[in-house]
Design a protein around this ligand. Structure first.
Ligand code: CP
Ligand code: NVA
Length: 310
């Protein structure tokens, strides 16, 4: 009923959502009343461009309504408990999405909510992003099996964690290139789960501390911000030094397959996690990724509300 992380979906459900997203993108008119009379609440503890706009537009396109609710100035669990927030909101709206700092808060919101709760990014996971990315990869490459994705940079983060789960669920190979150390590598529980998925799907999951080795033979090169929303600004200088060997530049792109695509969930900074030549170059598909947030999230909402039928 909820999407707290990709662990909430079976492999079959994940594939169905991706295929539905592709269908919604092709035939949006068929879904123009799918959310008629339904309301989405959007709770935000962190900033956003894509998530906010794509969820709100998504509801509009399906004939529903979305309410933006910022809890920046009234932190969740302080003025009002998470339990009371969830129980109250459930009396008004049909579905909730939340972008929060702590995964535990998102889990608590889901626990006490009577309506589906979607994780729209926590420090630990970003499932909506990765479902949209898997849609994008399927559209560009025609398949997931035998595709290798190389992720470079900060790997103890939400996007890496959800990529590990998502790739291993659909049978894609994933190589992570990141600095050595617990602080920068994926968290153990996520890695263990990805390895378990990989055993079932036959995909390969590896953590490497060498950018060139990670991108060898890759079909997709993916990077994310070195300064995620929750990282304090005073860490920037040290992090830039540490992550620079994992910057995606033209030299690194040339080590991957000739037809490799470049992805970044955005926001991106040119000259940091990738160069301008790469993100603005021919291989970049970052805006297709961004567009697919809209279609993928519509498919997620329809799935959670079991409103597949037109
Ligand atoms: N990729 C993503 O989630 O973007 P926003 O932070 O702008 O929502
Ligand atoms: N890892 C990034 C993703 C932004 C969409 C962050 O948490 O800021």
């Amino acid at each position: 009923m909820h999407l707290r992380s990709l662990n909430d979906l079976t492999r079959k459900e994940l594939t169905e959502i991706i295929d539905k997203a592709i269908e919604i993108k092709k035939n949006p008119k068929d879904f123009s009343t799918a959310m008629k009379d339904k309301t989405l609440m959007m709770l935000f503890e962190k900033p956003s461009l894509r998530t906010r706009i794509s969820f709100e537009t998504g509801m509009t396109r399906m004939g529903g309504h979305a309410i933006f609710y910022s809890i920046k100035d009234s932190p969740l669990g302080k003025k009002e408990s998470i339990e009371d927030t969830a129980k109250t909101a459930s009396r008004y709206v049909d579905i909730i999405m939340a972008r929060l700092f702590k995964q535990e808060d998102l889990d608590a919101l889901a626990k006490y909510s009577d309506v589906p709760v979607i994780n729209a990014l926590t420090n630990k996971y970003h499932p909506c992003q990765i479902i949209a990315d898997l849609q994008t990869i399927k559209e560009k490459k025609g398949k997931h099996k035998e595709i290798k994705l190389a992720y470079l940079g900060d790997s103890n983060n939400n996007v890496t964690h959800s990529l590990l789960l998502g790739c291993s669920m659909v049978g894609m190979n994933i190589s992570i290139g990141c600095p050595k150390g617990k602080e920068f590598e994926p968290q153990k529980d996520v890695l263990d789960k990805a390895m378990e998925n990989a055993k079932e799907t036959g995909s390969k999951v590896e953590i490497l501390n060498d950018a060139e080795k990670a991108v060898e033979n890759a079909d997709v090169i993916y990077t994310d911000s070195w300064m995620s929303y929750h990282i304090p600004e005073d860490q920037q200088e040290a992090r830039v030094k540490l992550f620079m060997p994992f910057q995606v530049n033209e030299a690194l792109m040339s080590k991957a397959k000739d037809d490799a695509v470049f992805m970044n969930c955005l926001p991106a900074i040119r000259g940091m996690e990738q160069t301008a030549e790469v993100i603005d170059g021919k291989q970049s598909i970052v805006f297709d990724q961004a567009e697919n947030r809209l279609h993928a999230q519509n498919a997620i909402m329809l799935n959670l509300m079991k409103k597949w039928e037109k």
